[in-house]
Design a binder for this molecule. Structure first.
Ligand code: FES
Length: 106
């Protein structure tokens, strides 16, 4: 079984509803969303051409890559539309004593 290590990122107050935060965990660029109170974390790298994904528009649960428009579901990482064909990584999140934490495989 793969071990997951949770890293504290920030207090929940620093990530209000509708906001996003860019971080690096284990040298991986990650963007974290507070979507209506639920926290989601995805890799900030589009699988189409390795562009930064995190600045894209969020339409419902879909993030739209600002470079060529591929869409991904931030809950699962699944690709929704071309030109990307592969999904992106997602990371488990949790709240621990008011802190947002992200899980990364050990
Ligand atoms: S780099 Fe994201 S769609 Fe091309």
């Amino acid at each position: 079984m793969t071990e997951i290590i949770y890293y504290p990122i920030c207090s929940l107050e620093k990530l209000p509803v509708g906001e996003r935060l860019f971080v690096e965990v284990d040298e991986e660029p990650i963007v974290i969303f507070n979507f209506n109170g639920d926290i989601f974390a995805i890799a900030d790298v589009c699988t189409h051409d390795q562009g930064s994904l995190g600045d894209g528009e969020l339409e419902g649960y879909e993030i739209v890559c600002p470079r060529h428009g591929a869409r991904f579901d931030i809950r699962s990482g699944e690709v929704v539309t071309l030109p990307a064909v592969n999904g992106i990584s997602t990371y488990p999140t949790r709240l621990n004593k008011g802190m947002v934490e992200i899980g990364v495989e050990a």
